[in-house]
Write a protein that binds this ligand. Structure first.
Ligand SMILES: Nc1ncnc2c1ncn2[C@@H]1O[C@H](COP(=O)(O)OP(=O)(O)OP(=O)(O)O)[C@@H](O)[C@H]1O
Ligand SMILES: [Mg+2]
Length: 584
């Protein structure tokens, strides 16, 4: 077994032990049961020798027969119990790894998620953790019990006849050398097979996430090819691993056959010369026979360990992605809480070190209460402003403050609890309408839910739906219209009673009637809350208390609609084209 390190510098077996440690009592119990099972097996040859002895000396064999039956039954019962306990422990190890990994993935930094494929991360939780099951039972226990049983068997063999033991050991050592060459190949193939499963998960996620677009683009054959290639790669590598595992298993099997024949030949000669009696040879041959299982265990342990090590490395890779610190959930603002003020001071930001700057020194101030609109051409960096306020990313330089306090000094959960955020593409999660509304405030009572449903004009939709608020909305809310999804997102944000409301083009998909109603709602909210809105409509900007005009990562002007139309050419152009077109 190679003790090669994973990339953390920690040997893989040590990592494995950290997952196993909480279950060590159960694991030891299971291992002890396996050992006792092995011991009952070991007694059998001795009793068999007695029986042959009894027969040779014309003694009654009832006692020996009874003892043998008892041993066989005990062997079966203890073996079954031990197997159950071990399997259960292995499942607990898998459970532990899945819990750790899923908690960690929820805390991943958005920047880390930008760089990974969600489908591959999913495969690490579902498929790679499953491989830990085998490695726990087969490897740890197999190595422990198999190793001990092996040792015990060898000792017994030595007691019966040291010469025959020497013959057996020579054969086993030869097989061990061959195994040493095979085993690292299993590890490499397993890692590549699991990586291919990850690629397949990523391709599946990409395709199912945009199935309508794939169909509309007629891209099924190409997507199919990608999926099949990943599946075939996993097959190829798994088959390679299977080939080497089979070679390892058969090397062990072959070694035992050779040992059996050699012992028979050498032992036969020793019986002929009278060095040992026939009972001793039979007992020794039975020991060789019993050696089979522990050797197979040890070999399976070593091969399984290679697969588990590959999976463990993939799990550890995921656990090394940058994550937010674990946070206790923070309470939502109390009713009537003071609205928040926001300020950007010379903020420079890029999404990654190898990407160009998006914000080149953004500066603005938003006082508590009132409505501030952000306008600017596409790609100006408006949505990025909101992502920075939510601390999905941290600026490279400059400072962002909420209530005059730097975001870096805020407890992340309290910061986000103060904010209601309606994303640009208004995401809705699968589940019921009610689940979606309560997502940001699970404790909201029915009256509060009814109130936001009314203000966001979802009430007629709720009445129309077969199960009302409990109607399932489908994956990403596909059973809702685009405008309905936006209103659900707004209702969800309002239900949090935020001190700061971030609306990203929240009214861009609404019809005139709904838009007018929502505008009134937002104006209402702005009286008690700070509202930042990325606006694409004239109606929104005309009622804003101030407008921040952004262009190419800078704030180029701040003012009201009236002053900006007169003073800022870009704004005047936007107002004349984009807003009017959208607002007409
Ligand atoms: N997660 C990301 N990783 C890398 N680059 C990004 C990411 N998100 C946005 N960008 C880039 O940052 C720039 C600004 O994006 P942003 O979403 O802030 O624009 P916007 O002003 O909201 O535009 P729009 O009006 O089209 O919504 C764009 O050029 C975009 O390509
Ligand atoms: Mg945007």
């Amino acid at each position: 077994m190679s003790a090669a390190d994973t990339e953390t510098g920690q040997p893989a077996w040590r990592l494995l032990l950290t997952y196993v440690r909480p279950h060590r009592a159960a694991l030891f119990a299971g291992a002890a049961l396996s050992l006792v099972t092995g011991a009952t097996g070991l007694m059998l040859p001795l009793v068999a020798r007695e029986l042959i002895d009894d027969l040779a000396h014309d003694r009654a064999i009832t006692g020996a027969l009874l003892a043998m039956s008892g041993l066989v039954v005990a062997n079966a019962a203890l073996g079954a119990l031990g197997g159950y306990v071990l399997r259960r422990t292995a499942e607990s190890v898998v459970l532990g790894a899945r819990r750790t990994l899923s908690s960690y993935l929820l805390r991943l930094r958005v920047a880390a998620v930008d760089r990974t494929e969600p489908g591959d991360l999913m495969a690490r939780i579902t498929s790679d953790t499953t491989l830990l099951r085998e490695v726990t039972t087969d490897s740890l226990v197999g190595l422990g019990t198999g190793g001990l049983t092996l040792l015990a068997t060898l000792v017994m063999m030595g007691l019966v006849d040291p010469v025959l033991l020497g013959v057996t050991l020579a054969v086993v050592a030869g097989a061990g050398t061959v195994l040493g060459l095979i085993v690292p190949r299993i590890n490499r193939a397993s890692r590549q097979a699991q990586d291919a499963v990850g690629v397949m998960g990523a391709a599946l996620e990409r395709m199912l996430g945009a199935l309508r677009t794939v169909k509309a683009s007629g891209a099924e054959p190409r997507e199919e090819r990608t999926l099949h290639e990943a599946a075939e790669e996993s097959w190829r590598q798994s088959v390679r691993a299977a080939k080497w595992s089979a070679a390892a298993g058969n090397t062990a099997g072959l070694a035992m056959q050779v040992a059996f024949i050699t012992v028979l030949a050498v032992g036969g000669a020793r019986v002929a010369t009278g060095a040992i009696d026939i009972g001793t040879l039979v007992a020794f041959l039975l020991f060789v026979f019993y050696l089979m299982a522990p050797i197979q265990n040890v070999v399976a342990a070593v091969t399984q360990y290679q697969t588990g090590k590959a999976a463990l490395a993939r799990i550890q890779d995921a656990l090394r992605l940058p994550a937010e610190p674990p946070a206790r959930p923070a309470p939502l603002p109390a009713p009537g809480a003071e609205p928040a003020s926001v300020a950007f001071r010379d903020v420079r930001f890029r999404y990654a070190d190898d990407l160009p700057y998006i914000h080149h020194g953004v500066t603005f101030e938003v006082p508590a209460r009132g409505m501030t609109a952000f306008v600017g051409p596409s790609g100006a960096g408006k949505t990025t402003v909101f992502s920075l306020v939510e601390r999905f990313y941290d600026p490279v330089s400059g400072e962002i403050t909420l209530d005059g306090r730097s975001l870096a000094d805020w407890d992340l959960a309290s910061l986000r609890a103060a904010i209601g955020y309606v994303e640009q593409d208004a995401p809705v999660l699968s589940g019921s309408l009610r689940d979606n509304l309560l997502l940001g405030n699970p404790g909201a009572d029915d009256a509060a839910v009814a109130a936001v449903v009314k203000t966001t004009r979802l009430d007629s939709l709720v009445e129309r739906l077969p199960d009302g608020l409990d109607t399932l909305v489908g994956h990403r809310g596909t059973k809702l219209s685009g405008g309905e999804r936006q209103r659900v997102a707004i209702a969800r944000a309002l239900l949090r009673r935020p001190r700061l409301l971030l609306l990203d083009e929240a009214t861009s998909q609404l019809d005139a009637v709904n838009e007018a109603a929502l505008r009134d709602t937002v104006a209402d909210v702005a009286r008690t809350t700070t509202v930042l809105v990325v606006a694409h409509r004239l109606s929104t900007v005309t009622m804003a208390d101030r407008i921040v005009v952004m262009d190419a990562g800078r704030v180029r002007a701040v003012g009201t609609h009236r002053t900006l139309v007169a003073e800022d050419p870009l704004y005047a152009e936007l107002a004349a084209t984009q807003f009017l077109a959208a607002g007409a």
